[in-house]
Design a protein around this ligand. Structure first.
Ligand code: PNS
Length: 169
């Protein structure tokens, strides 16, 4: 029997405990989970893609069936090239649903072999977003409940460097 695979795409800017909740559950549902760092044209990136990948690799080190990759094009094209027919997306609440459903429909139009599966965020992580993490980090707040501990030093270092640069300017 062929192995079941899914793509979990996102910006992961940076990876949060919300993402980890979805990765952990997807890793229990599929033989293999490909976590894909893709470009969201609606968002101005904060961390360079290579650093997002490095942080994801650290955070996912304990999951033998999870691999991390990046792709610069359309999700529909990536899944076609990789022969993946299931996309997993986390949904934190109704606010996420409209745009997520639009994205799922468009991806299905572009690649009719592709289905999107929505996982409802766990109650402990449903308030967490990467933008909230970035905002908290910029004010020096404690992030330990929001991001995997393995990447905490990377995030603190990035914002510390930003702070010192801004003070120099
Ligand atoms: O974590 P995000 O920002 O919600 O993830 C959104 C992402 C990166 C998955 C989405 O913007 C995406 O798929 N980008 C790749 C380009 C693409 O295929 N766009 C069409 C989506 S309808």
């Amino acid at each position: 029997m062929s192995e079941s695979r899914c793509l979990y795409p996102g910006s992961f800017d940076p990876v949060t405990n919300g993402h980890m909740d979805i990765i952990r559950r997807a890793a229990g549902m599929f033989d293999r989970v490909v976590v894909g760092v893709l470009h969201n044209p609606d968002k101005r990136g904060c961390f360079p893609v290579e650093q997002r990948i490095a942080m994801l690799k650290k955070a996912c080190a304990g999951f033998p069936n999870v691999e991390i990759t990046a792709y610069g094009g359309l999700l529909a094209q990536m899944t076609r090239e990789m022969g993946i027919s299931t996309v997993v997306r986390g949904v934190r609440g109704v606010g996420d649903l409209e745009s997520e459903m639009t994205m799922a429909r468009i991806n299905h139009q572009l690649n009719p072999g592709l289905e999107t599966v929505f996982l409802p965020a766990s109650p402990e992580t449903q308030e967490i977003s990467a933008s909230m993490v970035r905002q908290l980090a910029s004010f020096g707040a404690d992030l330990s409940s929001y991001v995997p501990l393995q990447v905490l030093p990377d995030i603190l270092a990035a914002f510390h460097t930003k702070d010192s640069k801004e003070q120099e300017d």
